[in-house]
Design a protein around this ligand. Structure first.
Ligand code: FE2
Length: 314
């Protein structure tokens, strides 16, 4: 315990230097989410059953060398606990999305956590906060990708290994970030095995959280155990400015063929880019949403791999 924390804080070992590091460098801290009682298997089993269908994501990835293919699943008639048992013996992950929107006790927790951050980060104001729960199989892997907002990962059960890559044009060119922001692609990005030689590797154990620099590419590999993790997202004015700049650059590149690659997220040049980004959005030229129409598998707790293929899907 240090002088910056109180007994009821969710973050245990925050220190003043983290104020400068957050969002710029990777930070690993300890948390007390488990003590809230909101993340036991039993409580999460009930949460799965409360989850609106469109907020429950089930996915699996088959890897072949550096390539991979995503498969999409559904809960079917399984109970929440059956689903967790199925995930424990299968190779898939469940994303319980936007929990704060439909479960008030998690909204209260999210507010409490970001009030803690805001109090410690003088002048730091977060918005569009998001809390999700990720339940994933032993040895499950999430492919190399980058996210568009501030991210943190909070481990509840099991151990996962996070490979974090440098935020440079070698590992994630600005043009790729623009593609993600313009939603012209899923957030998966070209990956080469040798990238790992440049990764910083973290093993995340229960009670630990990790946050990393904006747009830093990463991939995740579970150890040989069921993993339960909480994912949180947030936006700040600076993150929004950065989004507007990249988005605007992407639009200009597409409409005017400009090679303008300034990505500074402050100063007067932000505003014309934000305006062009807005116009691009209004024009409806993005691909739409994350809605998955095809389901490839269904949870099946009785199956040795926790799922059955849905006929007709591939
Ligand atoms: Fe991510």
């Amino acid at each position: 315990m240090n002088s910056m924390t109180k007994n009821d804080d969710i973050l245990v070992d925050w220190q003043s230097r983290h104020q400068d590091l957050l969002g710029v460098h990777a930070i690993k801290l300890h948390h007390r989410l488990i003590d809230t009682g909101l993340f036991s298997r039993e409580v999460l089993g009930r949460l799965i059953e409360r989850c609106p269908k469109n907020e429950l994501g089930l996915e699996s990835v088959s890897f072949e060398g550096e390539q991979h293919q995503r498969l999409y699943g559904e809960l079917g008639a399984a109970s929440g606990m059956e689903a967790i048992d199925a995930i424990a013996k299968g190779r898939m992950w469940m994303n319980i999305r936007r929990v704060m929107d439909w479960a008030p006790e998690y909204q209260a927790l999210l507010t409490r956590i970001f009030d803690e951050f805001d109090a410690r980060m003088g002048g730091f104001k977060t918005f569009k906060r998001n809390l999700g729960v990720l339940i994933s199989s032993p040895n499950c892997r999430v492919p190399y990708h980058a996210d568009i907002q501030g991210q943190s990962l909070w481990q509840i059960e099991g151990v996962k290994r996070i490979f974090l890559y440098p935020r440079s044009d070698v590992f994630m060119p600005s043009t790729n970030i623009e593609k993600i922001l313009l939603r012209e692609t899923t957030e998966d990005m070209p990956y080469r095995g040798w990238f790992d030689e440049f990764a910083t590797v973290y093993d995340l154990h229960p009670g630990e959280m990790l946050t990393w620099p904006l747009y830093a590419p990463h991939k995740v590999e579970n150890h040989d155990c069921l993993n339960i993790s909480v994912t949180m997202e947030h936006w700040t004015q600076q993150i929004w400015n950065s989004y507007a700049v990249h988005y605007g650059n992407g639009v200009l590149r597409r409409t005017l063929g400009l090679q303008n690659s300034s990505t500074r997220d402050h100063g007067i040049h932000v505003y014309p880019k934000a305006a062009s980004a807005f116009l691009w959005k209004k024009s409806g030229r993005q691909i739409t949403g994350d809605v998955v129409s095809k389901r490839d598998f269904r949870i099946d707790a009785a199956s040795p791999i926790g799922r059955t293929d849905i006929a007709g899907a591939q």
